[in-house]
Design a protein around this ligand. Structure first.
Ligand code: G
Ligand code: G
Ligand code: MN
Ligand code: NA
Length: 252
C-alpha cells in the first residue's frame, strides 16, 4: 500500500478526492460549516480509508502533498457552493496531522487555503487531535497562535479521548472542542453519559470555547444534545460526508 500511495500521488493524483460533511447549528438547523475529508480510490485496492493512508503518507514524507491536493480540491469546489450573504462566516475545517505542525513548511502549504477562503467570506479551521495537541512544542503552539491571529479557527478533534490537562487547555490557542463520537453515541443509555457530555460543555463554557458534538446518528442523541445546550453538531443523521455539489444548495 505504501508503494501504491507514493505512485498514485505522483502519477494519478485524481484518485484522491475530497468529501464534505456539514456541521449544523442544532437549534436552527442551519449549516454553519463543513469538515473536508480525504478519500482515496485505488484502481486495484478500491477505497482506502484515510485512517490507513494518512499515516503512510506521514512516514513517507508526503503528507504535505496530500494536504495541498485536498486544498486544491476544496478551492475548486467551494466557489460554486457559495450563496452570497447566507453562507458568509461558514467554516471549512481540514484535519492536520502532528507531523505537519512540526514542519515550518506548513505555513506555505496552508497560505492559499487561508487567503482564498477569507476572500470568499468563509473562515478556515484546522482540526488537530487532542493527543497531538497536548504534545506540541512551544514553537508549534506559536505557529498555531499566529494562525489564530490571522483569523483561522483551531479545533481540538476527538476531545475526551486524550489526556488534556485542564490547566494546560486554557493556555492553548484553541477556539473549538469537538466532542468525540463515543460520548455522543452513548447518550441516552444512562444518565452518567449525559453528565459527562454536560461536564465537557461546562469546561468549554468556562474556557470560552465552542463545542461541536461529533457522530450524531440518532434523533434521540440529537434531542439529548439540544437538551444539554450543545449548539453545534455533526454526524450521519445530519449529513454524511459527500461531494459538495450533492450537498447544495445548503441554506436556502
Ligand atoms: O473520513 P474518515 O472517517 O474515513 O476518516 C478517518 C480518519 O482520517 C479521521 O480521523 C480523519 O480525521 C482522518 N482524515 C481524513 N482526511 C484527512 C486529511 O486530509 N488529513 C488528515 N491528517 N487526516 C484526515
Ligand atoms: O477523527 P475525525 O473526527 O476527523 O473523523 C472524521 C470521520 O468521522 C469521518 O471520516 C467521518 O466519516 C466519520 N463520521 C462522521 N460522522 C459520523 C457518524 O455519525 N458516525 C460515525 N460512526 N462516523 C462518523
Ligand atoms: Mn476531524
Ligand atoms: Na473526531
Amino acid at each position: 500500500l505504501s508503494e501504491a500511495l507514493v505512485a498514485s500521488l505522483k502519477t494519478a493524483p485524481e484518485e484522491f478526492s475530497v468529501v464534505f460533511q456539514p456541521q449544523l447549528n442544532l437549534e436552527s438547523g442551519q449549516v454553519v460549516g463543513y469538515e473536508a475529508l480525504l478519500r482515496w480510490c485505488h484502481p486495484e485496492f478500491g477505497s482506502v480509508s484515510p485512517a490507513d493512508f494518512v499515516p503512510i503518507a506521514e512516514n513517507r514524507g508526503h503528507i504535505h502533498e496530500l494536504t495541498e491536493h485536498l486544498i486544491r480540491c476544496v478551492m475548486r469546489d467551494l466557489p460554486t457552493a457559495l450563496v452570497p450573504g447566507i453562507d458568509e462566516g461558514c467554516r471549512v475545517a481540514i484535519n492536520i496531522s502532528a507531523r505537519q505542525i512540526n514542519d515550518s513548511r506548513l505555513e506555505v502549504v496552508l497560505a492559499p487555503f487561508f487567503d482564498r477562503l477569507k476572500g470568499l467570506g468563509w473562515q478556515p479551521e484546522l482540526e488537530i487531535t487532542e493527543t497531538h495537541m497536548m504534545n506540541l512544542s512551544p514553537r508549534c503552539l506559536q505557529r498555531l497562535s499566529s494562525f489564530r491571529e490571522r483569523g483561522v479557527a483551531v479545533a481540538i478533534d476527538d476531545f475526551g479521548t486524550g489526556y488534556s490537562s485542564l490547566a494546560y487547555l486554557h493556555t492553548l490557542p484553541v477556539q473549538v472542542l469537538k466532542i468525540d463520537r463515543q460520548f455522543t453515541q452513548r447518550l441516552g443509555e444512562n444518565s452518567r453519559d449525559s453528565r459527562i457530555v454536560s461536564a465537557i460543555l461546562g469546561i468549554a463554557d468556562a474556557l470560552e470555547m465552542e463545542v461541536v458534538a461529533e457522530g450524531i446518528e440518532t434523533a434521540a442523541q440529537l434531542e439529548k444534545l439540544r437538551e444539554l445546550g450543545c449548539m453545534r453538531g455533526q454526524g450521519f443523521l445530519l449529513g454524511r460526508p459527500a461531494e459538495l455539489k450533492s450537498l447544495l444548495p445548503i441554506n436556502n
